[in-house]
Ligand binder design. Structure first.
Ligand SMILES: Cc1cc2nc3c(=O)[nH]c(=O)nc-3n(C[C@H](O)[C@H](O)[C@H](O)COP(=O)(O)O)c2cc1C
Length: 192
């Protein structure tokens, strides 16, 4: 069995609360980004953007957007809750925000451009995991916040946040989770 197949058949996401803060090794972030940009993309439109958020920029977004937006939606929020919201994007040393940026096209449906953004997310995730990092694809509530989308360079009504890829230090091997059964998912179509 090839190393890549073995990796893909055993890779596992590590939840953010179990990720360590040790920074990524030199060059690894650039390698991960290069992999994320190399995805299937009908028409070569590159209908996605990747925003690199480090702890300092994550803290700024938390302070300026996440905490105030959370408070606006939950006026009873306590100070402790607001601090937790403000710190969300600082839970890992780096967070990659993936924006889906589809545009009207005469031949290529928006759906296909959105699928390509999902491919960017998954490829960033597996690239990070293949280098031995703990990584997780999250959306949480703030992926649907237009102020955050705009702060990341997106255009509300047009673009969407496909996900945040949290990448940190792997401190322990995660347990396997329940996986779908092949017979429930895969069907071999008969010839006739
Ligand atoms: C688009 C998308 C959004 C997700 N958002 C969340 C989330 O907000 N919160 C969460 O706990 N898990 C979320 N997950 C699930 C986890 O990232 C991940 O799928 C799960 O931990 C198991 O991952 P694994 O199969 O790679 O081990 C999301 C997954 C996807 C594909």
């Amino acid at each position: 069995m090839s190393d890549i197949i073995r990796f893909l058949q055993s890779r596992r996401s590590v939840v953010v609360r179990k990720q360590g803060q040790r920074p990524l090794s030199d060059g690894h972030l650039e390698d991960i980004l290069a992999c994320g940009m190399r995805v299937p993309d009908h028409g070569g439109l590159a209908p996605w953007r990747i925003v690199v958020i480090d702890s300092a920029s994550g803290a700024r977004l938390g302070r300026e957007i996440l905490a105030p937006q959370f408070l606006a939606a939950h006026p009873d929020a306590t100070q402790v809750m607001l601090e937790a919201e403000a710190a969300r994007l600082t839970r890992s040393p780096v967070v990659l925000a993936v924006l889906s940026c589809p545009r009207a096209h005469p031949k290529i449906p928006v759906w296909e451009m959105e699928l390509s953004a999902g491919a960017v997310c998954q490829t960033l995730l597996i690239a990070a995991q293949s280098l031995g990092y703990a990584a997780q694809w999250l959306t949480e509530w703030y992926a649907y916040d237009d102020q955050l989308l705009a702060a990341l360079g997106g255009t509300p009504e047009q673009d969407r946040i496909a996900g945040f890829i949290y990448i940190g230090e792997k401190q322990e091997q995660p347990d396997e989770r329940r996986r779908p059964q092949k017979e429930d998912i895969v069907r071999y179509l008969a010839a006739g």
